[in-house]
Design a protein around this ligand. Structure first.
Ligand code: LER
Ligand code: MN
Length: 269
């Protein structure tokens, strides 16, 4: 198992990103606490100093696990279900730029919040079809670049599409999405899955990444989530990729990072 931590540029106590500030400083901090990798979250991928990130990773022997696109939804309000052609083209082109950077830094790309929401009273099938064809476009591009795209199941209060493991698998299989894998997040699973283990078994061979936060979205071990069940299920599936801390930086980023690493050590030695 490898340990990663989600990082953003701007400090925001309501956003589940542990380290904030310059990404190169976050790589150094994450290494110091004992992580193997960081997740980069930014709404403006073109502003990322890719060469410095690559150099810092090399120097610190660190990796970029994945690049999150969710901030595009927060900052620009664009989603993969937008029906207007110009908005649709804009977000697809943006995601392709994330894939270009991911190819350079050898990471994956996450698609979570930018799935968007089907508006009230709208025809759900039309929106789901738009999401499927957007993901197909993205996936075809990711294949050319040799990048894995992670499709995340998020809870119903954030997105009204792809809320659980079964939704991920249906989407991948219905649209024959190559290079797309599932991202399961303990916080969302706790709300959406009837059974944590069955949620993991359903995604099974498609599982590509796991987000870790307790039921309160604070650092793992601080709440009531049943970690034994999750980790047993991951073991049975042969999952050995990243467990990535994506939790609120409360009471502080330092405390959160320290407690998270202690938590991992208590389970994985
Ligand atoms: C993104 O990974 C996620 O889990 C969303 O809930 C972000 O708020
Ligand atoms: Mn997540």
């Amino acid at each position: 198992m490898m340990f990663s931590v989600a990082c953003g540029e701007v400090k925001n106590p309501s956003s589940p990103l542990v380290f904030s500030g310059n990404f190169c400083s976050s790589i150094v901090k994450a290494k110091k606490y004992g992580f193997d990798a960081i997740e980069i979250h930014t709404p403006d991928i073109e502003n990322l100093d890719v060469e410095s990130v690559i150099a810092t990773c090399k120097c610190e022997n660190m990796k970029i696990s994945t690049i999150g696109t969710g901030a595009i939804y927060g900052k620009y309000g664009l989603s993969l279900m937008d029906q207007e052609k110009d908005k649709h083209d804009r977000i697809i082109n943006m995601v392709k730029k994330y894939i270009d950077v991911a190819e350079r830094v050898k990471s994956k790309v996450t698609i979570g919040s930018i799935k968007g929401n089907v508006p009230k009273n709208a025809c759900r099938d039309i929106y789901i079809e738009t999401l499927g064809s957007s993901l197909k476009d993205i996936s075809d591009y990711a294949v050319q670049k040799g990048v894995i795209v992670l499709l995340e199941a998020t809870n119903r209060y954030e997105n009204n599409v792809i809320n659980n493991g079964s939704d991920i698998v249906s989407m991948i299989e219905k649209y024959s999405l190559k290079n797309v894998m599932g991202l399961m997040d303990s916080f969302h699973m706790n709300i959406e899955e009837e059974s944590i283990s069955n949620g993991i078994f359903t995604v099974g061979k498609y599982l590509g990444h796991v987000h870790i936060a307790d039921n309160t979205r604070l650092y793992p071990g601080s709440g009531s989530f049943n970690w034994n069940i999750l980790f047993e299920a991951l073991k049975k599936c042969g999952y050995n990729s990243y467990l990535s801390i994506e939790c609120l930086p409360i009471p502080s980023e330092e405390e959160c990072a320290k407690k998270s690493i202690e938590f991992f050590q208590s389970f994985f030695g």
